[in-house]
Design a protein around this ligand. Structure first.
Ligand SMILES: [Fe+2]
Length: 373
């Protein structure tokens, strides 16, 4: 018998090649702030989307950095308040989308992100701006979640924040935006999406609807990621990847993630690894221990994906990463044996680590990290 569950996902999704140029039709207000990274701004991609919003006043904030800092959020929020934005468009990977979530709230919530984020005493409420998220990678899933991840650079802490005010109104999924993704980003963001799916599947909060979504997303990623990596203009593979990333995002929006994402926070904040790399690097090791508490589910999954054993599945994932020139050992991203205990401690501070289907404490996490040093 299935266990009881809830499912809440209020984001309206538009999935169509070229859909980003139709974003204007979903905006009721007149003042739009488009938030992107410098590349999307200078390459003209943000401008093309802005120009398609006829009759709107469009302003651009293009200083989004990887692992967005609280300072960047406050800077963008200042701009949004000054122009009295009534619509915030997040365009990019997870960083731009996460900033857009917080900025869309700070137009009507006073103060700084620090008042609401880790250690802050206030709660976000009553967002009045329309929030549109347009992913340009096939990986983040942020367009369909109520989670934002921000970095407190002063304290060196990167942590997720969950708020019901973070649900976007619209997610516009346009595979055309991914045709020019560099190979390294196709690989790392695609593997991030795979982690979202498997972490939703083996999660202690897992539920039947998300299991189905996650299994489908994993199969679709395994079938398409190499084609998208080797042949960037393969429209079918690109479309399949953005779809799988979207579905994986919906799955983990209900369950949250697990140890892979918990350990990725210190690996990005302190060792400069990209989010996808920092997640995928521990993926094979987590697959190997997942049978501890999710044995039956893992058998169902590996058979569905066409493997005989969990070890065979973990090895295949590792080989896939190597074939796309992704690091599979912590040393490759600058981690030393003396760093292991600290990484384990920081990872254990993220509550999601306890959603992993295995015992997670300083000893077990350190030993998992040592196994991939
Ligand atoms: Fe992720």
């Amino acid at each position: 018998m299935n266990k009881n569950f809830e499912f809440f996902m209020p984001v309206k999704i538009y999935f169509e090649a070229g859909a980003s140029k139709k974003a204007g039709q979903y905006i009721k207000g007149k003042k739009v702030l488009i938030i992107s990274d410098p590349f999307l701004y200078h390459s003209g991609i943000a401008g093309q989307i802005g120009e398609s919003m006829r009759g709107k006043e469009v302003v651009y904030f293009s200083d989004v950095e990887p692992n967005p800092s609280c300072e960047s959020v406050d800077q963008a929020a200042l701009l949004a308040r000054e122009m009295q934005a009534d619509c915030i468009v997040g365009l990019g990977g997870g960083s731009a989308l996460d900033i857009s979530k917080m900025v869309s709230c700070l137009t009507t919530n006073e103060g700084s992100i620090y008042d609401y984020y880790v250690g802050g005493s206030r709660s976000l409420s009553n967002r009045s701006t329309t929030l549109i998220c347009i992913p340009t990678t096939a990986g983040t899933g942020s367009e369909v979640t109520n989670v934002g991840v921000f970095t407190n650079k002063k304290a060196g802490i990167k942590m997720p924040m969950v708020s019901n005010e973070f649900w976007p109104d619209y997610a516009i999924i346009d595979s055309v935006l991914t045709y020019t993704l560099p190979q390294v980003m196709t690989a790392t963001t695609g593997m991030d999406a795979f982690c979202h799916a498997i972490e939703a599947y083996w999660n202690k909060n897992s539920q039947p609807m998300c299991d189905m979504l996650a299994m489908g997303a994993m199969k679709q990623i395994l079938s398409n990621i190499e084609s998208a990596y080797r042949e960037p203009s393969d429209k079918e593979a690109r479309s399949a990847m953005v779809c799988a990333s979207l579905i994986a995002g919906i799955a983990f929006s209900q369950t949250r993630t697990t140890g892979i994402h918990a350990l990725s926070f210190p690996l990005t904040a302190e060792f400069g690894a990209s989010h996808g790399t920092a997640c995928a690097i521990t993926l094979p090791a987590f697959i190997k221990i997942s049978s501890q508490q999710a044995g039956e589910k893992m058998i169902t999954l590996i058979r569905y994906l066409g493997f005989e054993t969990v070890e065979e599945f973990a090895d295949a994932v590792e080989q896939l990463m190597q074939s796309m020139k992704m690091p599979t050992r912590l040393r490759e991203i600058g981690v030393k044996e003396s760093d292991i205990e600290h990484i384990a401690e920081v990872g254990l501070n993220a509550a999601i680590i306890q959603l992993t289907p295995a015992v997670m404490n300083k000893e077990t996490v350190s030993s998992l990290l040592k196994s991939i040093l």
